[in-house]
Write a protein that binds this ligand. Structure first.
Ligand code: CP
Length: 324
């Protein structure tokens, strides 16, 4: 049985296989008939305990393009609000014959629990768990970087060796940052995190990356700059630094973007706080790949579902390892 719980579980071969398969899937998306019959008769359940726009919609589109049946479950409006546990929810899905469960949950480790519990037989895909990981976001980000930074004929067999990627902002609460650091390191990139000292996680020195507090110093040496959303909903104390101070020191505006090399791109996983970590001018510029990332998410998630449910047996780690 195979799952995708953490980007840290992926070997370089796994990651490259997923990215290469995503390139093939992107070619399908360019055809007049966008569907493949590969997962006909299989059922994918989107199990979302936390809000989502991009991830939920793109997993749904990906599964449908592979001809799978899709069940969308949102905790809001379900019996979870009456106190039903993850176990009983999982047993209900199992009774409905789920072949894959795509889970987003506020608790770090919930997908790991689901994958190792024996409650369900299907593959488990982590669609974001607490502040832990969001592996398919990292894969679609790597796919986008590979296309934009490795050249016009990027794709099949290419990786990100030596590319310099800067990830900026609320790293403390960011599952996107953690997944990206692991995956980008696996693919050979050099990652620098830039954040206020209060938004750097404890133990970051064990992550395979550098840490800087000076955005202006790092920007001229970056091939891609990934801006993170400030996650106010996960902050229970007064926000520090203040919003104004944060924008001034860590926000990306037109002047700062001009310090980046000409070829460098600006990325954002979404949703964006325009005016906080990124100005509208930068978000709407040609250099910002946020919308492209969303489109690439469908191809990447098609590749993940295809490899887990129908494709190459050697892809994706068979046993998820806990990485916290
Ligand atoms: N990037 C991302 O995970 O967006 P959603 O929360 O809208 O799914």
């Amino acid at each position: 049985k195979r799952h995708l719980i953490s980007a840290a579980d992926l070997t370089r071969d796994d990651a490259v296989l997923i990215l290469d398969t995503a390139e093939e899937m992107a070619r399908v998306a360019d055809r007049p008939i966008k569907k493949l019959p590969t997962l006909r008769g299989r059922t994918v359940v989107n199990l979302f305990f936390e809000d989502s726009t991009r991830t939920r919609i793109s997993f749904e589109a990906a599964a449908k393009r592979l001809s799978a049946d899709v069940i969308n479950f949102s905790a809001k409006g379900s019996s979870v609000s009456k106190g039903e546990s993850l176990k009983d929810t999982a047993l209900t899905l199992e009774a409905m014959g789920a072949d894959a469960v795509v889970i987003r949950h506020g608790a770090s480790g919930a997908p790991y629990r689901l994958a190792t519990s024996g409650w369900i037989d299907g593959a488990v895909v982590n669609a974001g768990d607490g502040t832990h990981e969001h592996p398919t976001q990292a894969l679609l980000d790597a796919f986008t970087m590979r296309r934009r930074l490795v050249g016009a004929d990027a794709g099949i067999g290419r990786d990100l060796d030596g590319r310099r990627i800067t990830i900026v902002g609320d790293v403390l609460h960011s599952r996107v940052a953690r997944s990206n650091v692991h995956l980008l390191h696996t693919l050979g990139a050099e990652v620098t995190l830039v954040a206020p000292p209060t938004l750097v996680p404890i133990g970051v020195e064990q992550w395979p990356c550098e840490v800087s507090y000076d955005l202006d110093h790092v920007l001229p040496k970056s091939d891609a700059v990934m801006m993170l959303r400030v996650q106010r909903e996960r902050m229970n104390a007064a926000f520090f630094p203040t919003e104004r101070e944060y924008s001034r020191r860590y926000g990306l505006d037109g002047d700062r973007m001009a310090r980046m090399p000409e070829h460098a791109i600006v990325m954002h996983p979404g949703p964006m706080n325009r005016g906080m970590e990124i100005t509208a001018q930068v978000a709407d510029s040609d250099r910002c790949t946020a919308v492209e990332q969303v489109a690439n998410g469908v191809s990447t998630r098609m590749a993940v579902l295809y490899l887990l449910l129908g494709g190459n047996e050697s892809a994706i780690s068979p046993t998820p390892a806990r990485t916290e």
